[in-house]
Design a protein around this ligand. Structure first.
Ligand SMILES: [Zn+2]
Length: 414
């Protein structure tokens, strides 16, 4: 199967195959080609360049991208799209002035979602998550990470992970599963946090590993949730069972999450709204990717993570959606592109690098995706006609993805 995309106004996000992440000033300088073509065979990019170099190419599928920008499909490295119901009641509470922690202390938040998930059938959860995943694919994502964490019992956590496995089997996107049993303390363990941590380590992680339903282990390491010491114990246990750490850190306070993540070789530390100067410097001396979640800051009216500062310090920043029912009920990466530019002061090119190759790196997948290179997967977005690349984040809220292509195949956009 050969795909040819011709007459591309701008082909963006070109990175050499051997480069696995873009750091600091590199994030602004991924190459672009105007008036370009791209050829993919059996899902892999085999050629690209200026139209004048194309020559005659026969293809099974030809896309005429005149006036359109083509860029690597988004890699969303942090989401929670398996959930039951929605939480617009809390949306009202937050508008009226309640904080995230007050909502959680009142039994709302994550525990609210856990109650609803326990009542939902696996089929209902799957159908709802599938609809959300398709929305994300149609807004330009080809790789999604999905977490458990609304189960909070061994049985319900496994139920969520089975739903994620079904998404992996039935959707065209690549989907990676993360076990997040330590998202909050389950209701049955109220007031007994250390017993719950023990359950995560002794019961949940061995069961998850035995069933082979997750690749990563995550912990909500933050003020009012799990301490760095508890996080260390869970990460250590996860590593024994072959689960690589990716953790939630420093959303509510600079709580030591960054340092514990680095110490245990986390692929990424995510959130970082409250990251301080020391956190940034510690990340600089590590290979852990800082992943920022501007949708969560926007929706929850929290500070934005210091992504500008991190890039100026030479870090490889990734951006993900955090799509979840409580603090970021959108998985639209185009909107995040705008927020990263508007609220974090990233250039359109820096933000695109954060949403693509660095997102892939935060999942350990950037060797074969996240950028335009001969040899990488043809996971691509064809925009609607636009004046330039910068128009894509500039015209925020406008639906500008015309076609998502995954593995060299146009997905159904209806
Ligand atoms: Zn999250």
């Amino acid at each position: 199967m050969r795909l040819l995309i011709k007459n591309i106004k701008t082909l963006a996000g070109i990175v050499p195959l051997e480069v696995l992440r873009l750091e600091g000033s590199q994030m602004n300088s991924a190459q672009q080609i105007d008036d370009a073509f791209l050829v993919a065979e059996d899902g892999i990019i085999t050629r690209f360049g200026k139209m004048e170099e194309l020559g005659s190419v026969e293809a099974d599928e030809v896309v005429d991208a005149e006036g359109r920008v083509v860029f690597p499909a988004f890699c969303d490295s942090h989401s929670h799209i398996v959930y039951a119901g929605s939480r617009e009641g809390e949306f009202r509470d937050k508008i009226a002035g309640m904080t995230y922690e007050e909502v959680a202390a009142r039994g709302g938040g994550i525990l609210n979602s856990a109650d609803r998930l326990a009542e939902a059938s696996e089929e209902e959860l799957f159908e709802a998550a599938k609809r959300r995943a398709w929305r994300m694919i149609r807004s330009g994502a080809a790789t999604l990470e999905v977490k458990s964490g609304y189960g909070l019992t061994t049985e319900s956590e496994l139920k969520m992970l089975r739903v994620i496995r079904r998404l992996q089997e039935e959707l065209p996107a690549t989907i990676k599963a993360t076990f997040l049993g330590a998202h909050a303390v389950g209701r049955a363990y109220k007031g007994r946090q250390s017993d719950y941590v023990e359950c995560v380590c002794q019961e949940m992680i061995p069961a998850v590993a035995e069933q082979g339903v997750a690749e990563f282990v995550d912990v909500f390491c933050d003020r009012g949730f799990f301490t760095p010491e508890e996080t260390a114990g869970i990460l250590e246990c996860g590593k024994r069972y072959g689960l690589r750490p990716k953790i939630h850190a420093n959303e509510l306070a600079s709580s030591g999450g960054v340092q514990v993540g680095i110490k245990y070789g986390a692929l990424s530390v995510d959130h970082l709204e409250e990251a301080n100067e020391q956190d940034v410097l510690d990340l600089k001396n590590s290979s852990t990717i800082p992943t920022v979640l501007p949708g969560a800051s926007f929706f929850s009216n929290l500070p934005f993570a210091p992504a500008r500062r991190m890039i100026d310090e030479g870090l490889a920043v990734a951006i993900a959606s955090d799509c979840n029912p409580g603090s970021s009920p959108s998985g639209n990466m185009m909107l995040l592109w705008s927020l990263a530019c508007i609220k974090m002061r990233l250039t359109p090119e820096e933000a695109l690098s954060a949403l693509t190759i660095n997102g892939a790196a935060a999942l350990g997948l950037s060797a074969d995706r996240g950028a335009i290179s001969v040899g990488r997967r043809a996971d691509l977005v064809v925009s609607k006609p636009v004046p330039s690349l910068a128009y894509l984040p500039y015209s925020f809220g406008e639906e500008l993805v015309e076609q998502t292509i995954i593995g060299g195949v146009k997905v159904d956009m209806r």
